[in-house]
Design a protein around this ligand. Sequence first.
Ligand code: ATP
Ligand code: MG
Length: 250
Amino acid sequence: MSGKAIIEIKDLVKIYKGSDEPAINGISLDIFEGEIFGLLGPNGAGKTTTISILCGLFNATRGKASIDGMDIHSNRDKIKHIIGVVPQDVALYPTLTAWENLTFFGNMYGLRGAKLRQKIAEGFAVFGLEKHADKKIANCSGGIKRRINLIAGLLHDPKVIFLDEPTVGIDVQSRVVILDYLKELNKTGTTVIYTSHYMEEAEKLCTRVAIIDRGRVVSMGNPRELVAEHPEFKDLENIFLHFTGKDLRD
Ligand SMILES: Nc1ncnc2c1ncn2[C@@H]1O[C@H](COP(=O)(O)OP(=O)(O)OP(=O)(O)O)[C@@H](O)[C@H]1O
Ligand SMILES: [Mg+2]
């Protein structure tokens, strides 16, 4: 894969306060415009930490990163307008309805009035949520919350979208709808960065993956090419196990 690097990460390190082990320990990688890039790794590998730094949630301890040519530390506000974030833990207000939540998130991105209503309605239609618009989030199922969480991150048509385990804990139907939607979005030029524990899904979906373990990139490439390079492992799951080992993580 080549082209314009829309995300450049150089020697990124994060040591959380009070911790002596780095959560990420020198991650360097480029993500190109138009990719669906998978960040894969066992529990605690550093996927969420990496995404959180790129999205400006907190600073790295060392290292540099840029999005669309803008340094993530010095251009935080500009970057916010071109990225969308779908966090690992559903980030919605339980006492507000689905529609109210999306209105709130739309307002945060500066969207208002008819344009916002249209974007929310489009999202509800794509994800089959029309009849849940006026339901309080607290009364929605996990799969519905995930779909609403996803719409919230996409309302402002971001150029780059980060999704942290968007398909965890949902049924096959919801997963297919979400993955098909991400593919469609990607066809219109959106760069997608997503984390997952589902190797088969990542193998089908991603233009490239980075396998990270204990805060370091241990393998990277196009999933089909990785499998072709290691025919003895047959599929991405076995390659993942080869590079990350079989011991359990925290
Ligand atoms: N706020 C925090 N303070 C201290 N340590 C943290 C904090 N957040 C994460 N960590 C630690 O940093 C490491 C990387 O965590 P991170 O959440 O980035 O992993 P992950 O790859 O997203 O894992 P998972 O697949 O379980 O979501 C882990 O050892 C974790 O315990
Ligand atoms: Mg995580």
